[in-house]
Design a protein around this ligand. Structure first.
Ligand SMILES: [Zn+2]
Length: 485
């Protein structure tokens, strides 16, 4: 029988923090600014320029540690990582070596974080992917390669970068996808980063190896550098695992190498072979003192938000929405906030969840808008549902009103008034309509009286039609039953 191979995956995720200024100077952090417009002697690496620590970046990293259940070190320090690279003119990067700010921790995976096509076949539901550490460093400048030249933009140089290192604890490309999705959600919840991979605010290096089932020694580790989409990570890992299995099962050996993912061809290609482990000659950064995090941890603890998993649970217990609906709502903090704001005024939050997840989301996706751009505010949606719950309009009319609200931003009350949509609840008027239908449909009446109770639905439909959809269906049903009694 052919040997089965087990993949082992570890991810290193770089996250740009959402601070106003850079890590060691006062230059602003601004995505998309004119190249080299936000620079100074510190971030350009001039000799003799001295770094000054950005406390907000330290606090945000500590907050990330709290959210991911890490141990936040009481004392951490910065070190110089020495190497040469054209986009790093001072020839070292300030990073953290043996005393990082956060140790351990984990990222809890949830069903909806997996790719859609894999949600029905999750191998290890509720898994928490263990972390090694989180440390803080400065980003390097950004190189852009043109046909005959290379440009370097130093706006990115020195921006605060958090590196989140997982244990080799991920078992499949689908789990890697779920890990990145769940991590991204938590980072956005905490407001520490927008974690937009397209903008390079979150970047990922993957380490992957395969070993024969039943053995414990890990196979040769291969690194895939600089991934910038979550679906790309899944595809790159799937390709790489397949490639490694092919080599190993044919009796070949793998070299420890760094590879690059080519999204267009769907393959990884060799970048460089690692002949020996890098020796970065780390030593403590002499221009910065160690940091005592105890000075600010009390304040940071107050900033810890309710996390996606906690929100899901609360939505189920306090609003009675289904697990699934709660998961979809909690996956996006802005959507969850919208739901919760609207829920303040409605009697049936479960019904509200249906409206948000069906009507609101599909209208938004059709319009190509985000929840933040939605013309129907949470309060307005709450009003619409209140109008339906009060019986002023029926559910069908409600849908009509919503479409108009979404297009114009007007309130439900204004549209109901304008369109004369008020549901008819006047007993006398409805009774007259019912009698009219009974007189006009003797056959259905006869059938009903002969015991075919479903015939009443036909009559009900006729009354609704006659009222142009305005009659209160519950009242129509009651009156018909009485009149036919
Ligand atoms: Zn600067």
């Amino acid at each position: 029988m052919a040997t089965r191979y087990i993949p082992t995956i570890g991810l290193e995720v770089h996250v740009q923090l959402k601070t106003r200024s850079k890590m060691f100077c006062a230059c602003p952090v601004e995505y998309g600014a004119e190249p080299n417009s936000h620079t100074c002697p510190v971030c350009l690496g001039y000799p003799g320029a001295l770094p000054v620590m950005n406390e907000a970046a330290l606090r945000m990293t500590a907050l990330t540690g709290l959210m991911l259940d890490c141990k936040v070190a009481e004392i951490c320090k910065f070190d110089r990582k020495n190497y040469f690279y054209p986009d790093m003119p001072k020839n070292f990067q300030i990073s953290q070596y043996d005393q990082p700010i956060c140790d351990g921790g984990g990222v809890p995976l949830h069903d909806l974080a997996y790719p859609k096509d894999a949600q029905k076949s999750i191998v290890n539901p509720g898994k928490v992917v263990k972390l090694v550490r989180i440390h803080l460093e400065e980003d390097v400048a950004k190189s852009s390669h043109f046909e005959t030249s290379t440009g370097i933009d130093f706006n990115r140089a020195g921006t605060p970068l958090m590196e989140i290192v997982s244990e080799p604890d991920i078992d499949s490309p689908e789990e890697a996808f779920a890990y990145l999705t769940a991590l991204q959600q938590i980072l956005v919840y905490g407001g520490v980063s927008d974690a937009d991979m397209e903008k390079g605010q979150m970047r990922c290096d993957c380490n992957v190896s395969v070993r024969p089932e039943g053995t414990s020694e890990l196979g040769t580790k291969i690194e895939i550098k600089n991934m910038n989409t979550i679906s790309g990570v899944r595809r790159a890992l799937a390709f790489e695992i397949e490639r490694q299995i092919e080599v190993v099962s044919a009796g070949g050996t793998l070299a420890q190498e760094t590879r690059r993912w080519d999204d267009a061809s769907g393959r990884t290609n060799l970048m460089r072979i690692k002949e020996s482990a890098h020796d970065y000659r780390y030593f403590p950064e002499p221009d910065l003192l160690p940091v005592d995090t105890r000075v600010f941890m009390d304040e940071v603890r107050k900033l810890r938000p309710e996390l996606p998993a906690e929100k899901r649970e609360r939505f189920v217990t306090s609003f009675g929405v289904t697990d699934y609906d709660a998961s979809v709502l909690a996956a996006d903090r802005a959507l969850a906030d919208y739901f919760e704001e609207a829920a303040k005024t409605v009697a049936k939050p479960k019904l509200l969840a249906n409206w948000v997840l069906n009507d609101v989301l599909s209208a938004l996706s059709e319009a190509g808008e985000t929840i933040a751009e939605c013309k129907v505010s949470a309060a307005q949606l709450g009003e619409l549902l209140a109008v339906i719950e009060a019986g002023t309009i029926n559910a069908r009319q409600g849908k009509e009103v919503f479409v108009e609200m979404f297009a114009t931003g007007k309130s439900a009350a204004a549209i109901v008034e304008e369109k004369g949509l008020k549901q008819e609840s006047d007993l006398g008027a409805i009774e007259a309509l019912c009698q009219k239908c009974i007189d006009a449909n003797p056959k259905a009446v006869e059938e009903y009286r002969a015991g075919k109770t479903a015939s009443i639905n036909f009559l009900k439909g006729q009354v609704m039609k006659l009222s142009q959809g305005k009659a209160n269906p519950a009242i129509v049903g009651d009156l018909l039953a009485r009149l036919l009694g």
